[in-house]
Ligand binder design. Structure first.
Ligand SMILES: [Zn+2]
Length: 306
């Protein structure tokens, strides 16, 4: 069992409020650490939620608007002050590397570790041993991407009694079958499905970044276990959402419903709403399994049982 946890560091939009910081989300999985956007103040929030800075780290930036990136330089500086030596991977629109390089030079920030830079593009932008991260174009006022962390399918449960009944000796051959590979014994081929249950689906966690809803994002996020979607505005401010290329909470819910996701999390709330209860109600009337993010919220993403 691999633990998969999503932690909200900042849940406001462009302006922070007393209770909400600028956009940033962390996904923790098996000691690995993925940060989605890095608004100003994200590093302090990280300490608050108890996440260390010396893990395997991948930082994914959706687009180059200040509220989504200005925390990055401070975070990298703190990692250096902590003598980090492990490489950090950054996935972002390509101009980000220019900004980082220039600013680090002007401010005399020397990094103690390598930064591997993967420019964002539609398709797979990062690959781990048993998962990958894909990107799709979002619909915003500048080049913007949505991201999806997708675990690979896991082999089904292995039944030792079935293997024994087929006369397969315990050891190397069992391991092969458990990993979904065929074995041949005394001239007979045993298929892994004879001794294991069907493969179990991996989990999918999606993050829209700033965007209008779109057909292609609906497809991209199809059957997500957890979808975090731009919910900057209430339906009563729908024209603002259109004009500024954001979504309303209701639009997020309509997309979640059509994409058949399991759970929707609203985030990136405009500072104009002191209370987001109204946005939550608007979304729930369309897609009941919706929650509103708040700074510090931690969500565990369970495996699907059926
Ligand atoms: Zn934003």
């Amino acid at each position: 069992m691999v633990r998969l946890e999503v932690i909200f560091l900042g849940t406001s939009s462009a302006t922070p409020t007393r209770s909400r910081g600028l956009p940033s989300i962390v996904i923790r999985r098996n000691g690995e650490f993925f940060m989605l956007d890095c608004g100003e103040g994200a590093q302090r929030q990280l300490f608050r939620v108890g996440s260390g800075l010396n893990r395997e780290a991948v930082i994914l930036i959706t687009h180059l608007h200040g509220d989504h990136v200005t925390g990055l330089l401070g975070l990298l500086q703190t990692m250096s002050l902590a003598q980090r030596t492990r490489e950090v991977t950054i996935v972002a629109p390509s101009a980000l590397s220019r900004w980082l390089k220039t600013t680090a030079e002007i401010l005399h920030i020397g990094l103690t570790f390598q930064v591997r830079f993967n420019p964002s593009r539609a398709g797979t932008v990062y690959r781990g041993r048993d998962y990958r991260i894909r990107a799709a174009r979002a619909v915003h006022s500048v080049e913007a991407y949505s991201y999806l962390l997708e675990e690979f399918e896991r082999p089904g449960v292995f039944h030792p009694e079935r293997a024994k009944a087929l006369g397969i000796p315990e050891g190397r051959l069992w391991a092969r079958l458990q990993h979904g590979r065929k074995v041949t014994l005394n001239g007979r081929t045993v298929n892994p499905r004879e001794v294991t249950d069907p493969p179990r689906p991996g989990r999918r966690v999606g993050y829209s970044g700033d965007t209008r809803p779109s057909k292609s994002l609906t497809r991209f996020f199809s059957h997500c276990d957890l979808l975090v979607f731009d919910s900057t505005f209430s339906s009563k401010d729908e024209e603002k959402a259109l004009e500024r290329k954001h979504s309303t909470a209701r639009e997020a819910a309509l997309l979640a419903k059509e994409a058949r996701v399991r759970q929707l999390v609203l985030t990136h709330f405009s500072a104009r709403y002191r209370n987001v209860g109204r946005l939550l109600r608007e979304a729930r009337s369309v897609f009941p399994n919706t929650i509103a993010a708040r700074d510090g919220l931690k969500l565990e993403v369970p495996y699907q049982t059926s």
